[in-house]
Design a protein around this ligand. Structure first.
Ligand SMILES: *Cc1c(COP(=O)(O)O)cnc(C)c1O
Length: 425
């Protein structure tokens, strides 16, 4: 078989390949990419698009970065992979050291996995094993908030928003967890954490942990909330003796203006998940970090064995590019860059608020969100964005951008003006 034209490739794609959250029987169109460089994605037909998505939060340094390429090329000459059972290697050890170094003091132990969803699965296992080993097998439930997103595998899905996460379809296979209202912070400085505390009080004896995305709820609604909520949440976890799992898979590595979003609340997690931007968008890698307290708790029954071990655990190529990506970030003026992106997004997206179709506009760090009153026609609006030379992928009522940190002001303006112009017409 040989496919030649762009149309032939795309029609094979349409007939045979699932894309994220799409139908195989009635697929939406895909666009064939030839290459990507810096903040630009080049389509096979020659059109160039300014990337507003960082390939779902990941490509923070842009595409085809020489430093990241070199890291992989050099590692490739040593080895692309060895099993992690009984073997170890420098890339993983250096990455663990870096992650321990840049996260809070108490996080001292790292479990590597191959995707964010799996990092969340591992976090949940850690929490359940922690209580199990101490003879508290009844503490297996999780408490979380609505509008959360933690991944697509079953345990991760069970703590996603019950409506967005389509819990009804998988009801029989999902453990029922406890859902508090989505965090809301009010102008007078108060918030709605009282509702969560009531649930925690009621379910304390069965709750192993609270899991939440700090400061920014990503794919479950692109909602932001105040650090005070998170601070109070930490206190409640201590008061009611449950663990706190922070899912920084979307927010980690400076997206919200601090290296990790939890820093804004000045709190520490018992278990922390990172992924997405960990490798600068090059490869799939995630990590779950935890404390000495959790490690000792898991060992309380004498075994201490954490029941997980992916085949491609701590893949050396992925670890080495993660090392390079973190160095690149820390060596860059990232605080200033993100502050500038934030200011520009504020200024250039706010005019959308005047439009009748728009419900809300919000900006946090290098994230800009235009929430509409009604869901978009994805196929139609996607084509319009491409005509304007930008790659923006809305979902439902949300048009949002989180560009690579290296984006230049005039390129960012192209993204924001495409949104404004298309919404106006
Ligand atoms: C994307 C995401 C996940 C899942 O990560 P995958 O790599 O897609 O499995 C989990 N939690 C949050 C907050 C995410 O944004």
């Amino acid at each position: 078989m040989s496919l030649q034209s762009i149309d032939e490739y795309l029609s094979y794609d349409r007939e045979h390949i699932w894309h994220p959250y799409t139908s195989m029987s009635e697929p939406l169109p895909s666009y064939l990419v030839e290459s990507a460089q810096g903040v630009k994605i080049k389509l096979a037909d020659g059109r160039e698009l300014i990337d507003g998505m960082s390939s779902w939060w990941a490509a923070i340094h842009g595409y085809n970065h020489p430093t990241l390429n070199t890291a992989i090329e050099q590692q490739l000459k040593n080895m692309s992979h060895v099993m992690f059972g009984g073997l170890s290697h420098q890339p993983a050890i250096l990455l663990a050291e870096k992650l321990i170094d840049i996260t809070s003091e108490s996080l001292q132990h790292v479990f590597f996995s191959d995707s964010g969803s799996v990092a969340v699965e591992v976090a949940i296992k850690m929490a359940i094993q922690y209580w199990y080993a101490q003879g508290k097998q009844e503490k297996y439930q999780l408490l979380t908030v609505r509008n959360g997103y933690h991944g697509d595998t079953f345990a991760a899905m069970s703590v996603c928003d019950p409506v967005n996460g389509m819990h009804s379809m998988f009801k029989a296979t999902l453990i029922e967890h406890i859902f508090a209202p989505a965090p809301e912070c009010y102008d007078d400085g108060s918030n709605n954490i009282g509702a969560l505390e009531q649930l925690l009080e009621k379910h304390q004896s069965t709750t192993a942990a609270i899991i939440i995305e700090p400061i920014v709820q990503g794919a479950g609604g692109m909602r932001f909330y105040c650090p005070e909520y998170l601070q109070q949440l930490r206190s409640l976890c201590d008061k009611y003796d449950v663990l706190l799992i922070l899912d920084e898979i979307a927010t980690g590595f400076a997206r919200t203006g601090t290296l990790f979003a939890y820093e804004q609340a000045n709190i520490e997690a018992d278990i922390l998940c990172v992924g997405k931007a960990l490798t600068g968008g090059y490869m799939s890698l995630a990590a779950t970090l935890t404390t000495q307290k959790v490690v000792q708790g898991i060992a309380a029954d004498g075994s201490g064995i954490l029941m997980h071990g992916p085949t491609f655990m701590a893949n050396p190529l992925a670890c080495q590019v993660a090392n390079a990506s973190i160095d690149l970030l820390l060596d860059s003026p990232w605080e200033k860059n993100i502050e500038q992106i934030e200011k520009q997004l504020q200024k250039e997206l706010m005019p959308c608020k005047e439009l009748a179709s728009v419900n809300d506009v919000r900006v946090k760090g290098a994230i800009g969100v235009v929430e509409l009153k009604n869901p978009v026609d994805l196929k139609a609006i996607q084509a319009k964005f491409i005509q304007k030379g930008v790659w923006i992928r809305p979902f439902n009522r949300l048009i949002y951008i989180m560009p690579p940190y290296i984006i230049k002001p005039h390129e960012l303006t192209q993204l924001t003006s495409a949104i404004l112009t298309i919404l106006k017409h």
